[in-house]
Unconditional design. Sequence first.
Length: 309
Amino acid sequence: MPKFKHLVSLHALKPEQIHEILTLAARFKIELKQGKEHALLKQKTLAMIFEKPSTRTRVSFEVGMVQLGGHVINLRPDDIQMDGREPVSDIARTLSRMVQGIMLRTFAHETIERFAEFAEVPVINGLSDYEHPCQALADMLTLIEHFGHLDDIVLTYVGDGNNVAHSLMFAAAKVGLKLRVCTPKGYEPSRKALKALGTLKNKRRGIDIELLRDPRQAVAGAQVVYTDVWASMGQEAESAQRERDFRAYQVNAALLKHADPKCLVMHCLPAHRGLEITAAVIDGPQSIVFDQAENRLHAQKAVLALLMS
Ligand code: CP
Ligand code: NVA
């Protein structure tokens, strides 16, 4: 199987590469619980750059590197000043001489793409305004744990057609998940993502993605309902307008009555209880949000091992 060099977008990965990550992640998870150690990244360093806040991404990458025998350096944007003190291209080339991998969380997706263009070591997208590939990988692992497989599961994403939605779409197109993306008018997935996908339906390739408007219709028969914040990091000024525009898109008990009675509920976290999801639902028995959070660690360890060892 061809090795992938970076994890900038899930769209760039082949289905078998996604399955390779998920298989290794599941193995790492079992072996961690058995107390088995893997020093695959001994003496190796991952540089992390966060332009935005993070809990899960930061902790899972750091713990993952340590569990694989390596370590991380956290570079604050104020210190390195990308495209301020020096161009991104020079930072990418400099870091490549000293560390064995670079993880970035940026506002502009193009920043990560430019890093990957100039870096001589693997570059990992820890969230951009366009994609969140590590989250989608952890989500796929979580679905496999709950259903035993991915193909033909009906997952409805309700909310903003944002970075998380884009990565779910790219993942779904590769693994055969039936994905319904339900957004208010004006908040659909970006044209760029739709253009990259090329087709939303292709029976032969197992691509089955629908864009819908009515949340009740979208969740009908769904085995999984997924949501994310209405205003992503960087969109805080639009919060009030978005709260009005998304009001009918809250994941609550009334909406879930229209889904499969055993339907599972997912959220990438952090969540706003009372906005995109009610406390009763996210803290209720159908919620698997902390399985998703934990699986960030296992999925990313697989990515780190495949890219950096
Ligand atoms: N889901 C996720 O990426 O969480 P953080 O923003 O806390 O890293
Ligand atoms: N869409 C959210 C995801 C956070 C993990 C954001 O970009 O803020």
